[in-house]
Design a protein around this ligand. Structure first.
Ligand SMILES: *[C@@H]1O[C@H](CO)[C@@H](O)[C@H](O)[C@H]1NC(C)=O
Ligand SMILES: *[C@@H]1O[C@H](CO)[C@@H](O)[C@H](O)[C@H]1NC(C)=O
Ligand SMILES: *[C@@H]1O[C@H](CO)[C@@H](O)[C@H](O)[C@H]1NC(C)=O
Ligand SMILES: *[C@@H]1O[C@H](CO)[C@@H](O)[C@H](O)[C@H]1NC(C)=O
Length: 490
């Protein structure tokens, strides 16, 4: 008996020691990772690196995560694999900003251990910033993964430690293995979270839970669910009040293309409706609509500060080439946009503070027949023209790279971004009065905001050596161009 007790004590002692060394291993791994990043950065080829969009310092990024405001600063995390410019075991990269325009790189916030750190959100509290994310663990039986929800805490908003009682939410009501991307918020005295999941017959759905402490959660309701033609999985849900309505934003996978719609590998869009915190029912008013019509936009997420709702998305797409990957990095984030509901749709406008990037006006005139204009790598174009005639502008790299045509056709009332070889995205647009386009060009990206942001396109276009614009329209097009300053780290 005594012998057994002694060996038990011994075992406990060894377990204790291991626990201590695992913790310090984690802290050591963080330090080593930052050293690795600092060194590896020097090998990155800058030719396609954005000057005012968030991108990983090295390696791969996908979904934006944990978009939040804490202690006077915005925080943005992102799905990050530092060791290669392809997807790999997921970390959380981290940047912060005073104004949603100027970004500072911070140490990697979460490193994978037993679990990969999949997408999630953040909630600011008096005593710190808390992250809620999906821990994805490999298992031996189909589907070979187990997704449960984890917490991590931080006192200073920079150093995060994982809760030792993880996971805090380990099973969807129907046992679906697809159970990820928690978006947490607070309402009155309770925490709420929406999580992306799937019905047993493989239709996408969003689950709503409630908690008083973030550690123990009660399932409330299915907030929304595909009726069969809205995809097999709804990723990255977000749920918020906007202009008197409620919005369910999510990224459905598996939508079939329908004409001009749903042409990307996966889509991102929203449903507008009404919600009641007493019944937990979301009553849909306007069916699913895409939120961005470009080639490269996914996994958008929002945060709210002082009554303004801000959105940021992943500015890349699954299962598409990422030409920058040979340069030592891949994937970036879009500009932050402010959301409004106008009529039955959401409008997106670039965050107001974007004007602080304006360096100088480099052009403000009508462009001549066949005139070619050249710009630097970071430029804002404001285009005005007659709505009753076609617009056709070619944008390409001064020293090569890829191309895109921006078109307006008054007969079809469609705005088009054509990357050549039939790689077209287009959508109907009903502007009042005249054509007004605001275009943000960075080293490898194009964002087109039409009118008041009723229609927005985000597409990657890889311009080598700055931008060149050719007027291929038959009408007078007025262009104002501002060169833009750098606002993201080298
Ligand atoms: C997934 O993990 C949870 C929490 O650790 C555990 O309760 C559950 O049994 C696991 N599921 C599978 C299928 O391994
Ligand atoms: C349409 O015109 C009205 C009145 O000039 C203006 O208030 C509104 O913002 C415009 N809407 C769009 C979508 O441009
Ligand atoms: C411009 O006019 C020419 C000649 O009328 C026509 O062939 C061409 O398609 C027009 N281009 C656009 C963009 O409207
Ligand atoms: C653009 O070029 C066409 C001819 O290619 C010309 O007719 C048109 O006037 C030009 N636009 C401007 C603004 O000069």
């Amino acid at each position: 008996m005594a012998l057994i007790r002694n060996s038990l004590l011994f075992i406990c002692f060894v377990v204790q020691l291991n626990a201590t060394s695992i913790l310090s291993n984690y802290e050591n791994a963080k330090i080593e990772l930052e050293e690795y990043i600092e060194n590896k950065k020097k090998e990155v080829n800058p030719r396609f690196r954005p000057l005012y969009h968030v991108a990983p310092p090295v390696g791969w990024m996908n979904d934006p995560n944990g978009f939040s405001f804490h202690n006077g600063e915005f925080h943005l995390f992102y799905q990050f694999y530092p060791y290669d410019s392809v997807w790999g075991p997921m970390h959380w990269g981290h940047v912060s900003s005073p104004d949603l325009v100027h970004w500072k790189q911070l140490p990697t916030a979460l490193l994978p251990e037993k679990e990969q750190c999949f997408s999630g959100s953040a909630i600011s509290q008096e005593n710190g910033l808390t992250l809620m994310y999906t821990g994805r663990v490999a298992i031996d039986v189909e589907p070979y993964f187990n997704e449960t929800q984890y917490l991590a805490f931080s006192d200073d908003g920079i150093n995060f430690y994982k809760y030792d009682g993880n996971p805090v939410l380990s099973r969807a009501p129907n046992g679906s293995p697809d159970f990820r991307d928690p978006k947490i918020w607070m309402y009155e005295d309770y925490y709420y979270v929406v999580i992306g999941s799937q019905t047993t017959d493989k239709r996408g759905r969003v689950l709503l839970y409630k908690s008083s402490d973030m550690k123990s959660w009660n399932f409330l309701s299915v907030l929304g669910e595909s009726n069969g033609d809205m995809g097999y999985m709804w990723e990255c849900p977000d749920f918020f009040e906007l202009d008197g309505k409620f919005v369910l934003l999510m990224s459905p996978q598996g939508l079939e293309p329908q004409g001009d719609r749903y042409k990307n590998t996966h889509q991102t869009g929203y449903i507008i409706g009404n919600f009641n915190y007493d019944t937990n029912e979301f009553e849909q008013e306007v069916a699913f609509q895409e939120i961005d019509f470009g080639h490269d936009f996914y996994a958008a997420t929002t945060t709210e500060v002082n009554g303004k709702r801000y959105l940021i998305g992943w500015f890349s797409m699954w299962d598409e080439p990422h030409p920058e990957d040979v340069d030592g990095w891949a994937g970036m984030a879009t500009l932050v946009r402010e959301l409004r509901i106008v009529g039955s749709r959401i409008t997106m406008q670039p965050v107001e503070e974007i004007v602080t990037l304006r360096n100088q006006i480099v052009l403000d005139s009508d462009i001549e027949p066949n005139q070619i204009l050249v710009f630097g790598k970071a430029v804002e174009l404001i285009i005005n023209s007659d709505i009753n005639q076609k617009v056709d502008l070619l944008l390409e790299g001064r020293k090569g790279g890829s191309k895109a045509w921006l078109r307006w056709d008054p007969e079809t009332r469609k705005v088009t971004i054509d990357r050549g070889s039939g790689d077209i995205r287009q959508v109907e647009w009903y502007p009042n009065g005249s054509i007004h386009w605001q275009i943000f060009l960075d080293t490898s990206s194009l964002e087109l905001f039409c009118g008041e942001g009723e229609v927005v396109f985000s597409s990657r276009v890889y311009a080598l050596g700055g931008w060149k614009l050719t007027n291929e329209s038959n009408q007078t097009v007025h262009i104002k161009a501002n060169s833009l300053k750098r606002s993201t780290p080298e």
